[in-house]
Each structure stands twice: as structure tokens, then as C-alpha cells.
Design a protein around this ligand. Structure first.
Ligand code: SF4
Ligand code: FES
Length: 384
């Protein structure tokens, strides 16, 4: 059995608020090879992908539980040729639907079909404002194609969120990235400073910016905000390695976010696959209600009982929930430790040291590109 669920024992339903977000990671396959991809570095060992019918069942159950927003992501979700069918079903169930894509595969014809299926929203990723850097970081020639896709998104009257992951290579281009978003008509631009998970964790010394780069980029963003007003909303996602307090990751474990991996493992966050001892439950073996309310994995860091000092007695614990469990594990080896980004953590110095040593350490290692996945497919999974 892939996961275990523990009935509460008392017979009374547990007091757990419903998930709001359902993230369907349809596939780990992707035509790009981004150096900061958050997919697990061992994604090739994941099992076969869920079938169309299994995804529909997940969506139906999660909606019945209360989930209202759905993201289709990956990998590249457009690699699933049943995407239109899944979007249509999601809309029929009453979800607000969002496609998170690199743009590869979003032809005018495919966009029309997704529009007809009822897709509400598209988030398109760029790696940079220059072709050279975009194509280097993704290890593909995709820059011009992404610009074409941005026009297709606008032609279909979708609100467009452009997303660009920031790091030391493109932080100096932040003004040009904003200009590009304005030129392409994006309603929102998410400037997401790299979070160090998956491939980004592996490449963190190559991606780590300096404090000065961050300060300058933030000042540029602020200047643009004042100039452009509501024309395009600029979101600057803070780089928590340079902060004194951690982010409220997932808005608290098992609080609003339900992620389903391509192979059907249900996860309280999309990086939970590598946390030790979690026994992630499989949607093919357990109901979504059982997984959300009663599984060990979703209850492991829910609420506050699991917290250690200094979080346990900290008056900020309702604000950040002790930070990120994955970050705590990767840096301290203990997933229940205080997120070391927090200056109250006894391990905070490790984070400071990582930011300080990156320039020296990156001379000793090569940057790693995400390699092509070769995921085995399940019988009946309708993928190209
Ligand atoms: Fe947040 Fe824990 Fe730091 Fe307090 S000690 S600010 S709860 S991470
Ligand atoms: Fe997993 Fe933060 S990314 S809890």
C-alpha cells in the first residue's frame, strides 16, 4: 500500500477545513530543461501517469470536498492530449481553471479548443527578456515561440500572467523583463525569486544572487509600479534566503493546498515527495476526503502540535506556521525543525553561509540542466 490512512477512531468527523486549491501535476514530462525546475530531480523514478478517468475522479472528489480553484501544471501539461477534456470537466464541476505552461504546444488551434473547453486563465513562463538567456536557461530555442504564444493568449482574451523566475543571471534585466510583459499585454507579471527546491536546489550556487542585485531589482520594480499603475500588476516574490523570517509556505501544511503528482501521489506541497517518512497516499487507493482529513501525510505538520522550539512558543507562529517543511528538511535534515531562514532558528547561520559561499562554490561545479524525462505510461493514459 502506497500510503496509510488512520481513521480518527472516535467516529466523529475531524475538524479540518477543506482544500481550496487543487493542483493537478498532469505529467513530469517537459520539452524544456530549466536549471531551476522545481520538479523532483528523481522524477524519472515516479510511477505511470494517471489516466483521464482517474484525473476526472480526483477533480470530482476534490470539488465535492470544497476545492474551488484548479491549476493544470507539470512538467508541461500541454503534453497531455486529454487536457481539453480535463479542462472541460473541471469547468463543468465549477472550478476556476488555470493553465501553467511553458507555452510549448500552445498552437492557435489548441488554444481555441481550450477556450471552447472553458479555460479561464493562462500563466506563461519566460526565462528572461533576452533570447540568449531564455534559451540558455531552458536549454531549448523557445524564446520566439513564447512570444508567439503570448499573442495567442491575448487573441483568446485570456487574462495573462507572465511568470519569470529570477536569479543572479537575470536580476539585472528586470526592467527589460517588465518592458517585455507590457509590450505583450500581460495583466500580471510574477517576478518570482528562485525558491531552492528540485533542480534549483541542485543549482543554488549558480543561481544565488547578491543582496545588491536584489535591492536594485526591487527598486526598479517599485519605480515601474509608480509609472504604470494598474496596467500590469507586478508581483515581486521575495527571496527568502535573504530574509529574517520564512514564508508562510503553502499557507500552512494541509491548510488550503492539495497537489496531486502525475503518478497519483497526493501531496500537501509539490515538493513533499522527498520528505522522509511521509507515506504519501495514492489517489488510486484512498478517497480524497480520507487523504485530506485523515492521512498521516496531510496531518504530519498540520496545525501546531508538531512544532519544536523556538516555533512552539513563538508569537509569530500563526503568521508563518514555522515556515517551509521542505526547506527545513533540506537544510537541517529535520522536516519538523524551524525553517532555517528564520533568524530565531539555531541553524540560521547555514542559510547565511549558503548566500555568502555561493560565488566561491559555483566555480567548482557545473550547472545542471533538467534532463529529458522518460516516464512510463499507464495503460489507457492518453498521452502522445
Ligand atoms: Fe516563524 Fe518559527 Fe521563526 Fe517564530 S521561530 S518566526 S514561528 S519560523
Ligand atoms: Fe514543501 Fe514548503 S515547499 S512545505
Amino acid at each position: 500500500m502506497a500510503g496509510s490512512t488512520d481513521p480518527a477512531g472516535s467516529g466523529a468527523p475531524p475538524a479540518v477545513s477543506p482544500p481550496l486549491w487543487l493542483l493537478a501535476e498532469l505529467t513530469y514530462r517537459c520539452p524544456l530543461h530549466c536549471v531551476f525546475c522545481y520538479n523532483p530531480t528523481n522524477y524519472e523514478s515516479a510511477g505511470g501517469e494517471l489516466t483521464t478517468a482517474q484525473w476526472v475522479d480526483v477533480m470530482r472528489q476534490a470539488r465535492a470536498l470544497g476545492a474551488a480553484q484548479m491549476g493544470f501544471s507539470g512538467g508541461e501539461p500541454l503534453l497531455r492530449d486529454d487536457l481539453e477534456e480535463l479542462v472541460q470537466e473541471a469547468r463543468r464541476l465549477g472550478y476556476y481553471t488555470n493553465l501553467l505552461t511553458s507555452g510549448v504546444g500552445l498552437t492557435a488551434e489548441r488554444a481555441r479548443r481550450l477556450k471552447d473547453a472553458g479555460l479561464d486563465h493562462v500563466q506563461l513562463s519566460f526565462q528572461d527578456s533576452t533570447r540568449e538567456m531564455n534559451d540558455f536557461l531552458s536549454h531549448t530555442r523557445t524564446f520566439e515561440l513564447k512570444k508567439k504564444v503570448a499573442r495567442i493568449i491575448k487573441d483568446n482574451d485570456w487574462p495573462m500572467v507572465m511568470n519569470c523566475v529570477l536569479h543572479r543571471h537575470n536580476l539585472p534585466h528586470v526592467g527589460a523583463i517588465i518592458d517585455m510583459a507590457l509590450e505583450l499585454g500581460a495583466e500580471y507579471l510574477e517576478l518570482a525569486n528562485t525558491q531552492y527546491y528540485g533542480w534549483a536546489w541542485r543549482n543554488r550556487d549558480h543561481l544565488m544572487p547578491t543582496r545588491e542585485q536584489l535591492r536594485e531589482a526591487e527598486a526598479v520594480v517599485q519605480r515601474y509600479r509608480e509609472q504604470i499603475g494598474n496596467r500590469c500588476r507586478l508581483l515581486f516574490v521575495v527571496p527568502d534566503y535573504f530574509e529574517e523570517r520564512p514564508k508562510a509556505c503553502m499557507n500552512g501544511w494541509g491548510s488550503v493546498f492539495l497537489s496531486i503528482a502525475p503518478d497519483g501521489l497526493a501531496m500537501p506541497c509539490h515538493n513533499a515527495r522527498n520528505l522522509p517518512g511521509l507515506q504519501l497516499p495514492d489517489v488510486r487507493e484512498h478517497s480524497i476526503a480520507d487523504i485530506w482529513q485523515r492521512s498521516n501525510a496531510f496531518n504530519a505538520y498540520r496545525g501546531e502540535d508538531w512544532m519544536q522550539e523556538p516555533c512552539r512558543s513563538c508569537d509569530e507562529r500563526h503568521k508563518d506556521f514555522g515556515g517551509c517543511r521542505c526547506q527545513a528538511f533540506m537544510v537541517t535534515g529535520d522536516a519538523a525543525a524551524t525553517d532555517p531562514v528564520c533568524s530565531k532558528s539555531p541553524m540560521h547561520e547555514r542559510i547565511v553561509q549558503m548566500t555568502r559561499d555561493a560565488a566561491t562554490k559555483r566555480r567548482q561545479i557545473n550547472i545542471a540542466f533538467r534532463s529529458d524525462p522518460v516516464a512510463p505510461l499507464q495503460d489507457g493514459a492518453r498521452v502522445p
